[in-house]
Design a protein around this ligand. Structure first.
Ligand code: NDP
Length: 290
């Protein structure tokens, strides 16, 4: 945790919290190895040569290696057919040495993303995207939970931010962030609203939030006067601005003047996503070897 230099919000240090999670993951990996003779293993599948995806995959593999998690690197050409990818995923599903399977998105146009994600064994679904795991989450029986919302919950827990009985507003309703985020907050007994592009009065909804999560994909969209004084502001957005810099969905400088806590971009939610991927891989290895 780092306190902001001026008056205003506590800036939540995602890098430091992610480091703590990764240290725990490393301990868990060492324990699985010594007690059960199991080396947790994550298969990473990248199709095509999208530069952003390549960086993500490299960072995930590096973080895994540092935590004592083995990786299987499958980099396939952009011309890969759905049938080829299907064969690979089936073989990874059957491989007892592999505990987690990550298919980096986006996939090339000739491949149907939904078909592929539904093919990943729900027991190896460390991204938490399989309909079975999504269903379990929404029934209040979470098993593999999508890494970004799980990371946000870990940040809130780290700072001991109370959720029960408080109002949470999630802007964004994607399957990978907004929807699972809202489910987790509701299960922590917050009263949750989900906002989206058709929400009638977005600033008004945001102003009602004790906990505001922005997962929109529009740089600096959430303005300072949308923030209830003292609110917790979690900025999931990662946007590239015209000047090549990274910016969140929240106007950070304005919002930090009113918020109680705020996550920066970069260095906020992003590092947590990778840490939770590793934590989910440990969970998969534990379950497979129980
Ligand atoms: P999606 O594009 O899938 O979803 C965006 C959501 O924002 C949609 O529900 C959309 O509403 C809503 N939205 C768009 N425009 C508006 C608007 N003008 N007013 C209100 N709501 C709006 O994005 P993702 O959920 O995948 O990602 C969101 C952001 O989070 C992106 O910047 C992405 O890069 C980032 N991200 C960061 C991660 C991390 O590790 N930090 C991980 C994953 C994503 P509607 O449904 O009506 O279209």
């Amino acid at each position: 945790m780092s306190d902001s230099p001026t008056a205003g919000a506590v800036v939540i240090d995602g890098k430091a919290i992610a480091r703590a999670v990764r240290n725990q993951v490393a301990k868990d990996a060492a324990r699985l190895s010594s007690e059960r003779g199991v080396t947790p293993c994550l298969a990473v599948v990248l199709v095509g040569d999208d530069p952003g995806s390549r960086i993500y995959v490299t960072n995930k593999e590096k973080a895994a290696a540092e935590a004592g998690i083995a990786t299987r690197d499958h980099r396939l050409p952009a011309s890969t057919t759905e049938a080829d990818l299907t064969r690979l995923i089936r073989s990874l599903n059957d491989d007892r040495q592999v505990h987690g399977i990550l298919v980096q998105l986006p996939l090339p146009d000739q491949i149907d993303t939904r078909t592929v994600l539904e093919l990943v064994s729900p027991n190896k679904d460390v991204d938490g995207f399989h309909p079975l795991n999504v269903g379990l989450l929404h029934m209040g029986r979470p098993r593999f939970v999508a890494c970004t919302p799980r990371g946000v919950m870990e940040m809130l827990r780290f700072h001991e931010i109370p959720l029960s009985g408080r109002r949470a507003v999630v802007i964004g309703r994607s399957n990978i962030v907004g929807r699972p985020m809202a489910a987790l907050l509701e299960q922590a007994n917050a009263t949750v609203s989900i906002c989206h592009s058709r929400t009638a009065d977005l600033p008004g909804e945001a102003r009602s939030a004790d906990i505001l999560v922005a997962a929109i994909g529009k740089a600096r969209f959430v303005r300072g006067d949308w923030i209830k004084p003292g609110a917790v502001v979690i900025d999931v957005g990662i946007n590239r601005t015209d000047d090549g810099k990274l910016a969140g969905d929240v106007h950070f400088e304005e919002a930090r003047e009113r918020a109680g806590y705020i996550t920066p971009v970069p260095g906020g939610v992003g590092p947590m996503t990778i840490a939770m991927l590793l934590a989910n891989t440990i969970l998969a290895a534990e379950q497979a070897s129980a």
